[in-house]
Design a protein around this ligand. Structure first.
Ligand code: UTP
Length: 290
């Protein structure tokens, strides 16, 4: 799929004060900011054009994907080849676009800001605060694309099994069957534990036809006065469109929305670091023993 949209306009209030003056999507996990992993995942699956839906205070994100000629020049003059190699990502063959979500009216509203960028092609939505797979090693978007084409769906959504006590934090699937790929009968935003039809939680990646925009137009503001993407997907299903789910297989979703999962992601990525992972493991063991 050629086009992808990464919504990054949210305030990240659950990560205050870290996010007071820097975007949550730019917080580092291991060596890289979160959003760089997401871009790398999308490029691996063939995305060529990326639209960031941004807001005030997100310019560091734009700068990150821009060339910094002065920095490159300085590193080159000082012969710092290793550090120069770390900037390779800014030469990816991908075109970046930016638009602003001028009012924070929810994720559904952020997606609807991508309408003219998308045109008449299907597109991917990748949430700016969730990494899929350790070091973004995941081809789930490719698997979703295959499902999208084979089953002629209006939408395909990635799902991850979560512990039952966590279902009330996510959009939860009512799947028509077991298996890696399933048709979605319904999707319920943050259900109570006893009302959850499964423990399959929306996992931050979506493939849509542009028909999602008409559904978003018809979606009434839901929880917190926000236009929920889940409600628009529900509407598609109610109107008889085929919507499918694809399960994550082996890869985990690292949600950076709150400190607990952010800390877990950071530690896991740091432990996998080629250079410092082993010594960090020893260090953590030494703390446990203390
Ligand atoms: P979240 O709801 O987790 O992000 O949205 P948030 O609103 O920043 O978080 P809190 O609740 O205040 O801590 C998931 C993704 O969707 C984007 C966010 O930037 C995040 O990457 N988003 C959310 C938007 O772009 N616009 C919105 O109106 C809401």
């Amino acid at each position: 799929m050629k086009n992808a949209v990464i919504p990054v306009a949210g305030l990240g209030t659950r990560l205050l004060p870290a996010t007071k003056s820097q975007p949550k999507e730019m917080l580092p996990v291991g060596r890289k900011p979160i959003v760089q992993y997401i871009v790398e995942e999308l490029i691996q699956v063939g995305v060529k054009e990326i639209l960031f839906v941004t807001g005030p205070g997100k310019t560091s994100l734009e700068n990150h994907f821009d060339m910094n000629h002065e920095l490159v020049q300085t590193l080159r003059e000082k012969g710092k080849e290793e550090q120069l190699a770390e900037l390779e990502f800014d030469r990816f063959h991908v075109q970046y676009y930016y638009t602003r979500q001028r009012q924070l009216l929810g994720l559904g509203h952020a997606v609807s800001c991508a309408r003219s960028f998308v045109g008449s092609d299907p597109f991917v939505v990748a949430l700016g605060d969730s990494i899929i797979g350790l070091n973004a090693q995941s081809d789930v978007v490719r698997r979703m694309e295959a499902c999208f084409e084979e089953q002629d769906c209006a939408a395909v959504i990635a799902f991850e099994e979560v512990p039952r006590h966590e279902v009330s934090q996510y959009g939860i699937a009512r799947p028509a069957s077991d298996g890696e790929v399933f048709q979605l009968l319904d999707i319920i935003e943050k259900p109570a534990l006893d009302e959850a039809p499964s423990n399959l939680a929306v996992a931050a990646r979506y493939v849509f036809t542009p028909r999602i925009f008409a559904a978003l137009d018809r979606t009434e503001p839901g929880k917190g006065g926000e236009i929920q993407l889940t409600d628009a997907i529900k509407l598609l299903i109610e109107e008889g469109e085929k919507v499918c789910g694809v399960r994550l297989q082996g890869e985990r979703r690292y949600d950076i929305g709150n400190f607990e999962s952010y800390f877990q992601a950071f530690v896991e990525f740091a432990l996998a670091d080629e250079k410092y992972g082993a010594s960090l493991r020893d260090y953590i063991r030494s703390l446990n023993g203390a």
